[in-house]
Design a protein around this ligand. Structure first.
Ligand code: OAD
Ligand code: ZN
Length: 229
């Protein structure tokens, strides 16, 4: 069996990292056009860097939860392939042990040089110095902003075409192209399952759904898949 799993902010919510669109979500406190667009960075780089510096600190203080660990277990124990495509910029999937992982919206813990595209690991605050490689810059978070192309899309679409099962976990289905993955995979013949706190905007695109907290429903689902395989 070949499983492709899309994750969103809901999988990290119980690790204490906020979601975007829930009642107390990040996009109720910040405007997307102030912190998550190339234009915002050009206009007020310090404000944008502060936003991501704060998120990087929150991420460092958070730990993976039972849903992250269950997905890593699925990959380790399933006779078949598991690929996680995450919209999350935190590193909780890798800290839980997931290996086949695509960060389609980039990673908080990397800097990206806006001039030469050099990427470097980044633990704390974004340095204000120029790029070590080209002497230019500026350095920016290696995250995909609105108006930019998500990473590794060809690879993701290929994986969706090959999938037997597509599972979406903890995402509201608001942001494309990820919001179309259930339809993409379903058209290519995959079974489709939504695991979320509540029906997402794309709920009708899925053949099956289970609703509840990720730390409750993901471990149960993983256990079922492993014992059936
Ligand atoms: P959203 O905040 O839009 O959606 C989070 C989803 O998780 C909602 O459907 C919630 O119901 C669900 N949820 C909340 N708590 C949960 C829990 N404990 N267990 C299970 N589900 C829970 O976040 P995303 O869909 O990830 O992109 O957002 C997609 C993209 O929009 C993000 O990657 C980011 C954002 O703007 C960029 O910044 C480019
Ligand atoms: Zn550079």
């Amino acid at each position: 069996m070949n499983i492709v799993i899309l994750t969103g902010a809901g999988v990290s919510a119980e690790s204490g990292l906020g979601t975007f669109r829930d009642v107390d979500g990040l996009w109720t406190k910040y405007r997307i056009e102030d912190v998550a667009t190339p234009e915002a960075f050009a206009r007020d780089p310090d404000f944008v860097q502060d936003f991501y510096n704060l998120r990087r600190r929150n991420c460092a203080e958070a730990t993976p939860n039972a849903a992250h660990f269950a997905l890593a277990r699925l990959e380790a124990e399933l006779e078949g392939e598991v690929l996680i495509v995450t919209q999350n910029v935190d590193d909780l999937h890798e800290r839980a042990g997931s290996k086949r992982l695509i960060h389609m919206h980039g990673e908080l813990l990397k800097s990206l040089c806006a001039s030469c595209e050099d990427r470097l690991p980044l633990k704390g605050e974004m340095p204000t110095s120029p790029c070590q490689k080209c002497g230019g810059g500026p350095l920016r978070p290696d995250v995909v902003w609105f108006g930019e192309m998500p990473y590794r899309m060809e690879e993701i679409w290929n994986a969706l075409r090959m999938a037997d099962l597509f599972v979406s976990i903890g995402t509201s289905g608001n942001v494309y192209p990820a919001a179309a993955f259930a339809q993409d995979a379903g058209r290519a013949g995959a079974d489709t399952l939504e695991l979320n706190l509540e029906p997402s905007d794309g709920a009708s695109d899925f053949a099956d759904a289970r609703y509840g907290k990720a730390t409750d429903i993901v471990p149960v689902w993983v256990e079922e898949v492993l014992s059936a395989s």
